[in-house]
Design a protein around this ligand. Structure first.
Ligand code: AMP
Ligand code: MG
Length: 316
């Protein structure tokens, strides 16, 4: 099989209606989508990505009223966030109804749901009665794709269609927020800044390293990694690596002394940096290098999501 890349929404619907998978564009990253109410399609998603069954999937749809059909109760704070940030890079973890197969949620009683902000995918979703289960369209543990070509490079032999919606505008995965005993809790830092969430609903709890139980569904630490070793270090320590062929990821500064350097935002814009991060990792991964070094980004706004992805890429 070799995937076609195009913009044929009708063809996507035909494929999805027969338990096939389609890669879809979103504003965060490309997703590998299948009918979220169809166990066979969902099992195919896990197989195609080589993803363990204990890593639950997010459901995508185009309206709050459809979401009400598959979650039990929406807490007030979730309603406020949904109203403000959907369509957008926020996933809400809510109590699921029985119509959602357990395979989607790895047996959890909750399900992650989101309305993505991408015109083409919203058009597709509006034509479907079921939600699309869609994790990032990359092999398990590798960097998420932010263009149709990235999807093709890695999964092109394993699915028949990639819906092309251009390069993803945000470029990192969604922020995931749930409610643990009623307390708003962030499970994953992502494309929506925590500061913006807190402006609306007050302080949220960030799941710390200690509370992170990697064997619990949804709590996997390792993720998003290039094949090459990635180390987080400060630019003032580069002397340590003179003997090595280093690929460097920096925020604003171009460094000549290394073999390859990717500057994520010369104008110090964390949004732009987040948007360039995964492509930079992919590019460096293709070069003839011993290792990748990344500097730590400012711990605010999307800088927190960038640091989180770099950290996860660095633990092997
Ligand atoms: P991906 O779609 O590849 O970005 O991965 C989806 C991620 O969402 C999973 O790895 C989990 O961390 C998270 N997730 C999905 N459903 C739940 C849930 N019910 N509870 C907690 N986390 C979830
Ligand atoms: Mg993923």
């Amino acid at each position: 099989m070799s995937a076609l890349i195009g913009q044929d929404i009708k063809y996507c619907i035909e494929l999805l209606n027969t338990s096939e998978l389609v890669a879809i564009p979103t504003e965060t990253v490309y997703g590998l989508a299948g009918n979220g109410l169809d166990k066979k399609a969902v099992a195919r998603i896990f197989e195609t990505k080589n993803r363990p069954f204990f890593d639950p999937l997010i459901l995508h749809t185009d309206s709050l009223s459809k979401i009400q059909g598959f979650v039990k109760d929406i807490p007030e704070a979730a309603k406020i966030l949904a109203e403000k940030f959907w369509p957008g890079p926020l996933t809400l973890v809510l109590e699921k109804k029985d119509c959602i197969p357990d395979i989607v949620t790895s047996g959890l009683p909750t399900v992650g749901v989101r309305i993505p902000a991408h015109g083409t995918t919203l058009e597709l979703l509006s034509e479907l009665e079921y939600p699309l289960a869609a994790p990032s369209a990359n092999p398990f543990k590798y960097i998420s794709p932010t263009t149709a070509q990235h999807v093709y490079d890695q999964l092109g032999g394993k699915l028949s269609y990639i819906l092309d919606g251009g390069a993803c505008k945000i470029g990192v995965e969604s922020t995931i927020l749930g409610f643990e005993n009623g307390r708003p809790t962030v499970y994953r830092l992502g494309g929506l800044e925590i500061e913006k969430i807190e402006e609306l609903i007050g302080k949220v709890h960030l799941l710390t390293e200690n509370e992170h139980n990697p064997s619990a569904p949804g709590m996997l630490k390792l993720h998003y990694a290039p094949t090459k070793k990635l180390v987080i270090d400060s630019l003032s320590n580069l002397d340590k690596y003179v003997e090595m062929r280093v690929g460097l990821i920096t925020f604003t500064e171009f460094i000549h002394s290394v073999k390859a350097c990717k500057v994520l935002s010369i104008r110090k814009d964390l949004k732009e940096a987040a948007n360039s991060l995964f492509a930079a990792m992919r590019d460096l991964d293709k070069e003839d290098l011993d290792m990748i070094i990344a500097e730590r980004f400012p711990d605010e706004g999307l800088g927190r999501a960038i640091n989180d992805r770099l950290y996860r890429a660095s633990i092997k």
